[in-house]
Design a binder for this molecule. Structure first.
Ligand code: AMP
Ligand code: ZN
Length: 479
């Protein structure tokens, strides 16, 4: 079965077919760097990481663009409140965002265009929209998009066309779905914009881009440069972006190019706290750095999020996180166990059951993710595999070849889910001690003092170190 994805445009599961396989162009709306991103934001970025990684595992050559919104209503307000220039205010949050992505093991996008560095592309797009007549200059000096001139307006958000108020305008970056109006493409420079350095000259007046315009301009600019196309294969974000952000992105882009803007629209549901959306505004948020400071392993965060489908709301709480932490730990121990058996020379050929289980894991894992990225089902297959494989290993029925098959299957699963705990740095004192003890045991064995050799083995075991003798020497691991 091929990969199918839920497309918000049609509200249906559709088989995924990129425009020019194996290439896939993917645009994901990035963070607004007015402050630290919270783990609700990261639920969306992790869902996009899952998508990106699974596309790559499926053989696609993904070109991933994620923008950084470093100029909009919120960044300007925050910079002014801090008494700083825009760039000075956003720089630490940009750095923090990348550090948080590394902590959460999010695969890097290929480009991160920044709004403030893409203004020429934005000016060109506004000009193009003015030239085609769908944009107009309001008497307030800003440029607006006339939604009545774009018949498809409202298609993505399934807006009732009768609600549209002709000529009514909205200047703010965010507004409600029940109040669709002509939105600002380019906002006339206000004193606060000049104060923080967020104003640029343009043929249609000094000002700054609207948030929606930024994403249209940056995505079209990037895929134009890389692939000479004007249609994205996939555009993704959180559900709160469907209206007005993505609706407006479609209007601006399609009115300018005359081509479909994106073929598949994917939206991730919210991370909630006690049923309410996690949000800076409600104060019910946690940042990635909070979790890192609490010693939470990224594997636990990833696993927690994978255990709910991306189109289902997820309620965050400490117990669920602790449960995921425990489950990730068990996976780590299991992985070590498989690796240990896989590196052993003895019982080279087992009964083959473990290899069969590994094959089933691979098939179930792919079938689950092919079905609209059903990560909870993929996790189910992984844990089922762990249970039955552990049983096989308990019976000492698996050989190293079997274990190597299992290792390969686990590596494939982990290339997408990436939920093994971060390896602990072994204390160098312990390493030296283990090596000294192993050398002493070798000496005892050579002297045929097996009693002493066994005593040292027990001594190691008491400190959690397991050993196995192989032709290339004694291997050990901490259990
Ligand atoms: P922002 O930085 O506000 O532009 O948001 C960045 C991304 O986070 C967007 O894709 C939002 O849809 C998403 N987002 C915001 N709040 C949440 C939440 N509570 N749960 C999941 N995604 C969210
Ligand atoms: Zn966007």
């Amino acid at each position: 079965m091929p990969l199918s994805l839920h497309n918000t445009l049609t509200r249906r599961l559709e088989p995924f077919q990129p425009l020019a396989p194996p290439r896939v162009t993917l645009y994901t709306c990035g963070p607004t760097v007015w402050n630290y991103a919270h783990i609700g934001n990261f639920r969306t970025f992790l869902f996009e990481d899952l998508l990106r990684r699974y596309l790559e595992l499926s053989g696609y050559d993904v070109f991933h663009v994620m923008n950084l919104t470093d100029v909009d209503d919120r960044t300007i307000k925050a910079a002014a409140a801090a008494g700083k220039r825009l760039e000075e205010h956003t720089a630490p949050f940009v750095a923090a965002f990348f550090a948080d992505c590394d902590y959460l093991r999010i695969r890097k996008a290929h480009v991160y265009p920044r709004a403030t560095q893409s203004v020429p592309a934005m000016v060109r797009l506004v000009q193009r929209l003015l030239d085609t007549g769908v944009a107009y200059r309001g008497e307030d000096g800003s440029v607006y998009f006339a939604i009545t001139k774009f018949p498809n307006y409202g298609r993505l958000s399934q807006l009732d066309r009768r609600e549209i108020k002709v000529g009514a305008r909205v200047a703010s970056d965010e507004y409600a779905k029940d109040d669709p109006r002509d939105f600002a493409l380019w906002k006339k420079a206000e004193p606060i914009d000049e104060q923080v350095g967020a104003a640029w000259d343009a043929p249609f007046g000094r000002g700054r881009p609207g948030w929606h315009l930024e994403c249209s301009a940056m995505s079209l600019d990037q895929i134009g440069q890389c692939c000479r196309v004007e249609t994205l294969d996939i555009h993704a974000g959180g559900v709160d972006l469907i209206f007005p952000h993505h609706e407006d992105e479609i209007a601006q882009s399609e009115a300018a190019t005359g081509k479909p803007f994106a073929r598949y629209w994917l939206h991730g549901e919210f991370l909630n706290v006690g049923g309410t959306k996690m949000s800076k505004r409600f104060g019910n948020f946690l940042t990635a750095r909070d979790l890192r400071e609490q010693g939470v392993d990224a594997a636990a965060v990833r696993l927690l999020f994978w255990q709910t489908h991306y189109r289902q709301p997820l309620d965050f709480n400490d117990d669920a996180l602790a449960g995921a932490q425990e489950a990730a730990k068990r996976l780590g121990e299991f992985h070590e166990r498989v690796r240990f058996v896989g590196s052993g020379p003895t019982r080279a050929r087992g009964r083959g059951t473990l290899a069969q289980l590994a094959q089933r894991l691979q098939a179930d894992f792919r079938a689950a993710l092919d079905d609209d990225l059903n990560a909870p089902r993929a996790c189910g297959a992984l844990f089922e595999f762990m249970r039955s494989a552990n049983r096989e290993l308990d019976r000492e029925a698996a050989g190293s070849e079997d274990a190597q098959r299992a290792q390969a299957a686990l590596a494939e699963v982990m290339s997408v889910l990436d939920v093994l705990p971060t390896p602990k740095q072994l204390d160098s004192g312990l390493v030296a001690w283990v090596e000294e003890r192993i050398a002493a045991r070798d000496k005892a064995r050579k002297a045929k003092d097996f009693k002493e050799a066994d005593r040292i083995r027990a001594e190691l075991k008491a400190r959690g170190v397991e050993i196995e003798d192989t032709p290339s020497g004694t291997k050990w691991r901490v259990v």
